[in-house]
Design a protein around this ligand. Structure first.
Ligand SMILES: Cc1cc2nc3c(=O)[nH]c(=O)nc-3n(C[C@H](O)[C@H](O)[C@H](O)COP(=O)(O)OP(=O)(O)OC[C@H]3O[C@@H](n4cnc5c(N)ncnc54)[C@H](O)[C@@H]3O)c2cc1C
Length: 506
């Protein structure tokens, strides 16, 4: 039975409280990445007192952090898996400062690790050895917003949620939304080609990003900031920086196309009996809801129960093997409600939806979204989480979860799958009491081999980072990898930008 079918116009979503709580709850210092993964330091220079003096001459005193306690948070990643050994964090306030820092580091062969909001899940945002952390957090100015075209121009260090709140005042919406929105930067989103919850409706950043300004390893500023939908003047250079994870340049400014804020938003949260029903429901939602379908997410029982048990979040419906979350973004409340009601009636009588709740009340929608968005962090409280973010063709989307459950029986606390069904992107989490080489070896490369056999991608949206370069060949052939190496050589010949990340050692 559908418990509530109240339809109101949606307002702003409140910050993700569970994300903050989860971070505070897990404060164990991880092992050094270099030791844990047996990595050899490359032949870069080491930061000396003269280097620090130079940085202080370009930046102000407070933009150069060298105290161990100040630097420590920049050395540890969100998931608390990786720990670097950097001694210096630089916080430039302008593109000119980024350019001067890079030109100097390039000459001195000092390695640099760019960092945005540090919410990345593949260890790309933290150093491995003593790379200088270049934090974009003080480059957070909004430069312009064109209400007619929806073009937003801002610096790379703006927080996604701040931007979303800002553009809402002009009846616009950011084209992407993710659980980490309260901390992640737009520059980090671009550098990882972040997907998230609205991709189904608004597409990925290769479509939404109108322009980018970036600084190359030698300090050259590449200004491709344009607010045009169409610009076919030569190579489409902005795409080089989308998803290159800080290995080809530092993103300093972006121009993003913001769609119109939907006047009516509705959220449905349903319980279904098996994964086959999830797929059937997706097919039906696409057909019935058409252009207003903005998100179609699924979570298995263990995903939801881990947020309920570990984070004490309320589940508005009863216990089910699978859950589906359907969001609509439309411009006509009555029209959208009618469409959704028809969809519900049909699928309740067909038996695909067993129980659920539908709402447009902001507070209720927030509760449901919190439940979904907190899955990413809930597993941290089990001890340690192995996170796999893969895309797999729809028909085989959930196949790997039961396979891994069987393989990890007796070793894992939980194995669960959730994700963006509409994008073929499943997040598979394996939680264990603590990190161990034995568990790692049971999971990797097994999972990547299986994904490759299913013709999927070993990274749907989180990227390759530090954790997956040696598995990239499961998704890219040798020709593609060698072209990536050539591009890297061209743009960063000394290899100072985010070393040990993305590209495998030859
Ligand atoms: C709870 C939670 C939910 C998440 N949900 C999603 C999701 O739905 N979809 C998704 O795609 N991701 C998701 N993520 C992963 C993460 O939030 C994204 O990858 C995000 O885009 C990273 O942004 P950031 O600013 O935190 O970047 P960081 O983590 O700081 O950096 C990520 C990478 O980008 C590089 N980088 C950062 N800024 C710059 C810059 N200005 N120039 C050059 N390189 C730079 C870093 O070196 C690093 O390699 C989630 C993470 C969490 C913790």
């Amino acid at each position: 039975m559908i418990k509530s079918l109240t339809l109101f116009v949606r307002t702003v979503r409140t910050p993700n409280v569970a994300l903050v709580q989860t971070r505070l709850a897990s404060q164990v210092l991880p092992q050094l990445s270099a030791t844990k993964y047996n990595v050899k330091r490359k032949e870069f220079g080491s930061v000396q007192a003269d280097d620090v003096n130079f940085f202080k001459s370009v930046l102000s005193e407070e933009q150069v952090l060298t105290e161990e306690s100040d630097v420590l948070p920049f050395n540890i990643d969100w998931i608390k898996n990786c720990r670097g050994q950097s001694k210096v964090v630089l916080k430039p306030k302008s593109t000119k400062q980024v350019s001067e820092i890079l030109a100097y580091c390039n000459k001195r062969q000092l390695a640099v690790c760019p960092q945005g909001g540090n919410t990345g899940l593949v260890g790309g945002s933290v150093p491995v050895f003593d790379e200088i952390v270049l934090s974009l957090s003080l480059m957070n100015k909004i430069i312009s917003l064109d209400e007619i075209s929806g073009a937003l121009v801002c610096e790379a260090g703006c927080i996604l949620e701040t931007l979303d709140n800002y553009v809402k005042e002009q009846n616009l919406i950011m084209p992407l939304d993710l659980g980490a929105k309260g901390s992640c930067h737009i520059g980090g989103n671009v550098s990882t080609n972040a997907g998230g919850l609205r991709l189904l409706r608004y597409g990925n950043l290769h479509g939404s990003l109108m322009g980018v300004e970036a600084v190359k390893a030698d300090g050259t500023v590449v200004d491709c900031i344009r607010t045009l939908k169409k610009d076919n003047t030569g190579y489409h250079l902005k795409h080089l920086f989308i998803g290159s994870e800080g290995t080809l340049g530092i993103v300093t400014k972006v121009a993003v196309h913001c769609p119109v804020l939907p006047k009516a938003v509705t959220l449905g949260f349903f319980g279904v009996k098996d994964f086959d029903s999830v797929l059937k429901l997706y097919k039906s939602a696409k057909a019935s809801l058409g252009e207003i379908l903005s998100a179609f997410e699924m979570a298995d029982n263990d995903s939801i129960s881990s947020t309920v048990q570990n984070l004490k979040l309320p589940n508005p419906i009863a216990d089910f093997p699978f859950y589906v979350l359907v969001e609509t973004h439309g411009s006509d409340e009555t029209h959208d409600a009618e469409k959704l009601s028809r969809f519900l009636e049909r699928e309740m009588s067909s038996g695909l939806i067993i129980d659920g709740t539908v709402t447009s009340e902001p507070a209720k929608m927030q509760t449901i979204w919190n439940l979904r968005e907190s899955i990413a962090g809930a597993g941290l409280l089990d001890g340690y989480v192995y996170k796999y973010d893969v895309s797999i063709p729809a028909a085989r989307y959930y196949d790997l979860v039961p396979v891994l459950r069987q393989r990890m029986a007796g070793k894992a606390v939980k194995v669960y799958g959730y994700g963006h069904v509409g994008d073929g992107n499943i997040h598979i989490n394996v939680t264990v009491p603590e990190y161990s080489k034995e568990a790692t070896d049971m999971l990797e490369p097994f999972i990547f081999e299986e994904v490759s056999k299913l013709k999927g991608s070993i990274s749907a949206e989180h990227g390759v980072g530090f954790r997956k370069p040696h598995f990239i060949h499961y998704s890219k052939d040798e020709g593609a990898i060698s072209l990536m190496r050539e591009l890297k050589q061209l743009m960063d010949p000394n290899g100072i930008l985010n070393p040990y990340k993305v590209l495998p050692d030859p």
